[in-house]
Design a protein around this ligand. Structure first.
Ligand code: HEM
Length: 108
């Protein structure tokens, strides 16, 4: 059963563009992970500063395997040529969810 792991990252507004750019440069780095079913980086469209990395996995074991892998380390490396500080000092919180009820609507 698909599990959803959400990384809620607090991003000060002055770092928003840089975070978006870093994710954009790493989009494919997780694609080949066994059991990976996709992710979206959600930018807040109100006055919150928590960005959500919503990831979907075949099961918990697939997620944990990726998390402990070189691939995950790669996804979190600073881009080549990035100037220090390589980390933006972001704080993050991991949320674990399963889909309880779903509908895909009629318009899409
Ligand atoms: C639910 C799974 C994930 C967890 C637990 C996680 C963990 C984290 C944490 C703790 C941070 C903030 C601290 C830091 O800067 O290192 C972060 C930021 C970041 N993550 Fe993830 N992450 C996840 C998914 C992903 C995925 C799928 C990608 C690949 C595209 C990714 C790429 C990044 C990037 C580019 C940053 C920006 C921060 C920086 O470069 O300093 N993350 N992640």
């Amino acid at each position: 059963m698909t599990v959803i792991k959400i990384n809620a990252i607090t991003v000060p507004s002055e770092h928003g563009e840089e975070v978006a750019k870093r994710f954009g440069a790493r989009t494919n780095s997780v694609d080949d992970a066994p059991g990976f079913e996709g992710f979206e980086l959600l930018r807040p469209d109100d006055d919150r500063n928590q960005w959500l990395v919503v990831t979907r996995w075949a099961d918990d074991a697939s997620f944990e395997a990726w998390r402990n892998s070189d691939q995950a380390a790669h996804a979190h490396q600073a881009p080549p040529g990035a100037k220090p500080p390589k980390h933006l000092g972001l704080s993050a919180e991991l949320w674990h969810y399963v889909v309880e009820v779903a509908s895909s609507g009629n318009s899409g």
